[in-house]
Design a protein around this ligand. Sequence first.
Ligand SMILES: O=C(O)c1cc(=O)[nH]c(=O)n1[C@@H]1O[C@H](COP(=O)(O)O)[C@@H](O)[C@H]1O
Length: 306
Amino acid sequence: MINKLVEKIQKMDAPVVVGLDPTMKNIPDYIIKKAIEEYGETLEAAAEAVWEYNKGIVDAIYDIVPAVKPQIAMYEQFGLEGLKAFKKTVDYCKSKDMVVIGDVKRGDIGSTSESYAIAHLGRVTVGSKRIAAFDEDFATVNPYLGTDGIKPFVDVCREEKKGIFVLVKTSNPSSGEFQDRLIDGKPLYEIVGEKVNEWGSDCMGNDYSYVGAVVGATYPEQGELLRKVMPKAYILVPGYGAQGGKGSDLAHFFNKDGLGAIVNSSRGIIAAFKQEKYAKFGAEHYAEASRQAALDMIEDINSARK
Ligand SMILES: O=C(O)c1cc(=O)[nH]c(=O)n1[C@@H]1O[C@H](COP(=O)(O)O)[C@@H](O)[C@H]1O
C-alpha cells in the first residue's frame, strides 16, 4: 500500500489527504433535513446524512486527491449506525481507487493490539474463512505502550501489505507536555522517531517503509529534525488549515526527492463552503467548494516542496 500511496501522490502531483471528519455542525442543513424526513430524529438519520455528505465530497475530489483519512470518532458518536457509515465510506473510497487511512489511533497490550490490527487492517477467522472487517489500507497507531503494542500491527502490515502511521509529534497545543520531555538529553518524540525506524526497517516497500509517522504541521522545527531521524518513514502531517499550519511551514517535512510527506486537512476542505473565501459556492454546492479548497491546498503545498 505504501507503494500505491507514493505512486498516486506522484501521478496526481498532490501530497495531500482529505480528512473525512463529518460532524452535524458541518453537514449542510438540506442534507440533514432530508435524512430526518426519511428516518426521523434518529441515529440512522445522522448516519445517512454523514454518508450523503461524504459521498458528495468523495465524488468531487477522487480524481485530484490520492487519499482520504476518515477519523473514526466522528462516526462512533452515532453508535453502530455511525460505524456502518464509516465502513460504507471506506468501501466507497476504495471503489474510487483512493487510499484509505483509518484514523483510529489504536494501541494496547500485545494481545489486544492484535485484535485491533485484525479489525482495521487484517482478516478475522470465522470457521474456515478469513474475513476483512473494516479493511482500511493504513491505520494510525498510538505508541505509548511500546514495542509489544506496535508489533501486532507491523505483523499484519507485512502479511497484508498495508501500513501504519505512528504518533510521533502530534499537532495539538499540549503535545509537548509529554512528547517534548527530555530523556538523557533527547526529546521523547525523537526517541519515538528512532523506534519508528527500527519497527519499519524490515518491512520496506520500494523506497519507503510500511511504518510511517505522524508529525503535526504546527511544529515545523520538529518536523525538520524528524525528517532526518526517519528518512524511510512516510510522514502524515495533520494540522494544516483549521489548526493554523501553512504550506510555507512544510518544506522540511519532505525529502529531497519531493516525497516522504502527505499533508492532511479535514475541516479546511470538507467544510470549505463555510469559509468566506468559498462562500460563493453556497451550501448546496458544498462539494464543489471542497474541490476548490483541495486544489488551492495542493498548489500551496507544491509551491513549498518544489
Ligand atoms: O493522527 C491524526 O490524524 C492526527 C494527529 C495529530 O497530531 N493531529 C491531528 O489533528 N490529527 C487528526 O487530523 C485531523 C485534523 O483535522 P482538521 O484540524 O480539521 O484539519 C483530525 O482528524 C485529527 O484527529
